[in-house]
Design a protein around this ligand. Sequence first.
Ligand code: BMA
Length: 301
Amino acid sequence: MSVLRYENNPVLTSKNVPFRVNSIFNASAFKIKDHYFLLCRVEMPDGRSSLVLARSADGLSFQVYDKPCLTPDMHEQFYDYVEWGVEDPRVTLIDGRYYILYTGYSKHTPLVMMAETSDFETFHLHGPITEPSNKDAALFPEKINGFYWKIDRPSVKESRGEMWINKSPDLIHWGGHRFLMSGREGTWEEAKIGLSSQPVKTAKGWLLLYHGVRILGHAPIYKLGVMLLDANEPWRVLGRSAHPILAPETSYERIGDVNNVVFSTGWIVEPDGEVKIYYSGADVNVCLATTTLDYLLSLCE
Ligand code: BMA
């Protein structure tokens, strides 16, 4: 087994969007009953991003909704923190409600925003839940040791690219910050790493998809890896893949707005253990790759 690209990639490009955009990419993925949903980032013609839903009956062929569901303009009291766009959503279902952590981008540099919804039509906007600079954040789907947990990537200096973990009694007040993981020196992930998709509970612990970056020449190359955290002490890393599980290879991953990028903010684990990884090539599309939970866990041993 390995990670297999879907033969009809990309699943979505700007041509599939019924309103004018530069690009559609970095989608969070989840299922409601038997339907697949992607909450995608769309870069609008002015270069600022919003979020739009897409829906599918089979997880392969998606219909993009008529208009964005979350835009900078909808943020009113938090507008200062999203003036340059809302980006890279990661959705986690907790006790029947969807919590979206996303990047608010502005003159203050990126920070992590949180919105809560049950229907993706109306949103309770909680505003920033980190200080800048921070991004690449997602919530765990359940309480562990009586607390909610989140992973994020504080990065005050460009050169800092480590994953951290922290906890909260109420999803609003965060503390207990701990270092989780940095990229291994001299490898594909040496420049920085960050969480890709929301943590998934398995029999062996919490499985995470993450991205690693190396700068070659002047340009970054983004690849994906997996790591496993302890089920009850999620700040303990039990293992991680030695090699990337997906790296830019095809023309739709090599050539785009940012060349040589595979970047993910969403995956779905099916009841039979198949894993659908939704990812973006070169920051201009949404693609699909499939694998199995067993294979990903075997890489973390
Ligand atoms: C990250 C974010 C993502 C982007 C990725 C690859 O730092 O800005 O939105 O997809 O870089 O360019």
